[in-house]
Write a protein that binds this ligand. Structure first.
Ligand code: AKB
Length: 340
């Protein structure tokens, strides 16, 4: 008999790591994870891991034939900076990978005759404001505004949001086959701050990098100017957003794609918070004008009122709690432990 599972792609990345922990703590023992890399050691026991490539059709075929997949968290992606370096590869991973997985969900739904939930994290990168004046003017951006991304990653995410909606509403609309039922749900994340992992290949990475470098006593040169600002969120809130959206009754949802956010902060304000926790930290600003321009094209804040209204979204970590209760104590402990 096929085993029923919750599938997590990109499971070895930042969000995957935190999501596996949370699902395992909630008692979920049927996690199937997929990533190019091995799972981090501290979560490896919680899942059956397949180390492999999402673009490997043979591997996906095996998944379909061996498992009954109830829920898919599709986290695998090349982030915004890396995607600018290898745009074609980003398109393959971000778009073709998503398309292949939506087809897996469709197949599962057809032969099991049931709905498959597909949870997709999108990003603030789907927005593209043309200049800093517009960014100041349009302080809080709603889901349907400024959908003109400046990056390959933003284009990929925006298109995949649409692919997900298409698969859940119209896929095979003219074919005389059993219906496909995919319950596609998506959140657009701001920059994320984790105390336990470091991101790689993103443009919002200066936030977490500053904190982790200071805790390790390493100098940090920030690649955006000090008044560059975007919204951020603590990782526990990001994981909660995915889980809460997944649990929301379908009839309450008025859309498939929701903004979620917590607080807006400038790079200089992050530096100040880090300096007050680690007074010896050596942080300077040496903007990389190209990466900075990407940050300037992302909104200063996201309007997440639809998520608040439809599924009672409310972040638990404001800026004080994020730094004082979550980031600083945990990174302090993490690097003390490593050093010891
Ligand atoms: C990135 O910087 O590319 C990501 C994101 C904001 O989606 N962290």
């Amino acid at each position: 008999m096929r085993k029923r599972v919750v599938l997590i792609t990109g499971a070895s990345g930042e969000v995957g790591h935190a999501l596996i922990r949370e699902l395992a703590e909630q008692g979920n023992s049927h996690l199937l994870t997929l990533d190019l890399h091995a799972l981090p050691a501290d979560v490896a026991a919680y899942a059956h891991h397949i180390q492999g490539d999402l673009l490997d059709a043979h591997l996906l075929g095996r998944l379909v034939s061996e498992y009954e997949i109830d829920v898919i968290y599709h986290l695998a992606a090349l982030l915004s900076t890396r995607a600018e370096i290898t745009p074609e590869m980003a398109h393959q991973v971000n778009v073709e990978g998503t398309l292949s997985l939506l087809k897996v969900a469709a197949e599962q739904s057809q032969w099991r005759n049931q709905s498959i939930q597909f949870i997709f994290p999108s990003s603030v990168a789907v927005y593209g404001l043309p200049d800093r004046e517009s960014k100041n003017l349009y302080a809080r951006v709603r889901e349907f505004e400024w959908n003109q991304p400046r990056t390959m990653y933003g284009c990929n995410k925006l298109y995949c949001e649409m692919l997900g909606s298409y698969f859940s509403r119209h896929y095979r609309q003219l074919a005389a086959q059993k219906p496909v039922t995919i319950d596609f749900r998506c959140v657009r994340f701001p920059g994320l701050l984790s105390a336990f992992t470091l991101p790689s290949g993103g443009t919002s990475d200066y936030g977490p990098e500053m904190v982790h470098a200071a805790a390790q006593g390493k100098p940090y040169s920030c690649f955006v100017r000090d008044d560059a600002r975007i919204p951020f969120m603590a990782m526990p809130d990001a994981v909660n957003a995915l889980l809460q959206l997944g649990h929301a009754p379908l009839e309450r949802l008025t859309r498939q794609v929701y903004n979620v956010t917590s607080f807006t902060v400038s790079a200089g304000q992050i530096r100040d918070r880090v300096m007050s926790a680690f007074p010896d930290a050596d942080i300077c600003f040496a903007p990389d004008l190209k990466r900075e321009a990407i940050i300037d094209s992302w909104p200063g804040n996201l309007d997440d009122s639809a998520a608040r209204m439809d599924w009672d979204w409310a972040p638990q970590y404001d800026i004080d709690r994020t730094f004082d209760e979550y980031l600083i104590p945990n990174v302090r402990e993490r690097y003390c432990r490593t050093a010891g």
